[in-house]
Design a protein around this ligand. Structure first.
Ligand SMILES: [Zn+2]
Ligand SMILES: [Zn+2]
Length: 265
């Protein structure tokens, strides 16, 4: 989402608010819930620093590492049909996203950035925008840089970026969506809601952004039957406002930088 992209945000709201009203996982949850306005600030203003940071990361990586990939690789990759390229971008990007996301959970300094996203206590499409820009720049960078290095066409990367964004909104949405056996293959709202659960059994599980089977491959899947978590959030002392949340990971605070492995359920 670009700078002050109110039009895109309105369209997104027009799609997701009715879906959440009709198929709500928690029908009692209000539209104007706790932290609604703070998450709205993220949706409106966070896109600009993320876009700038991502352009810097992609430009720097492709100009330094680009020479490592022979030209014929790029020619072969970009000459494939678009639909095949898009499928490949999803698989490659999500494997890279998986490890970047896992690192944000495992390394205490990185967790302080990622804890902002996990501070969401009422999940919906808007809450999904609450991500520290450094967190989003690095995890999205991990997804996108390999695609540019391997030479995927700009069209296929643009289609991938759209699918990635729409999927991320859906994962956080307050919706009950039964995808049947596909839930073992594709990341569903249930899958990602468990990633946000404030329950010890679910800590450090379901890292994939789009393909749930990656978690199955690496033994980090937690998808118990048709259940959803009782509550979401973290015990870390996350402040309430956008500016304070941006500053939070950078302010030294001694022993309070808990990781999911040490926090209490
Ligand atoms: Zn996470
Ligand atoms: Zn999330």
């Amino acid at each position: 989402m670009g700078v002050f992209d109110i039009k895109a945000l309105l369209i997104t709201a027009l799609i997701f608010v009715p879906i959440e009203r009709l198929f709500g996982l928690r029908p009692g949850q209000k539209i104007f819930r706790k932290a609604f306005f703070n998450d709205l600030i993220y949706a409106l203003f966070n896109g600009a620093p993320i876009a700038l940071g991502l352009i810097a990361v992609v430009t720097l990586s492709t100009s330094t590492l680009g020479r490592l990939v022979p030209d014929y690789v790029g020619r072969a990759v970009s000459s494939q049909p678009i639909w095949l390229q898009v499928m490949e971008t999803i698989v490659i990007a999500d494997i890279c996203f998986y490890f970047a996301h896992r690192a944000f959970h495992a390394v205490p300094f990185l967790w302080r950035f990622h804890a902002i996203h996990h501070s969401i206590e009422e999940l919906d499409w808007l809450a999904g925008h609450r991500i520290h820009p450094i967190d989003q720049i690095l995890t999205k960078g991990a997804s996108f840089v390999p695609l540019y290095l391997l030479g995927f066409s700009n069209e296929s990367i643009a289609i991938f970026a759209f699918i990635f964004h729409a999927h991320a909104l859906l994962l956080h949405a307050n919706v009950k969506l039964n995808v049947g056996p596909l839930r073992w293959l594709i990341a569903s709202p249930q899958f990602h809601h468990w990633h946000h659960a404030r329950a010890r059994a679910a800590y450090d599980k379901n890292f994939a952004g789009q393909l749930a089977f990656i978690d199955m491959l690496f033994g980090t899947m937690h998808l118990p039957a048709d259940t959803v978590p009782e509550r979401y959030g973290v015990d870390d002392p996350i402040p309430q406002t956008y500016i304070e949340q941006l500053a939070y990971p950078l302010i030294p605070r001694g022993k309070t930088n808990e990781t999911p492995a040490t926090r209490d359920a």
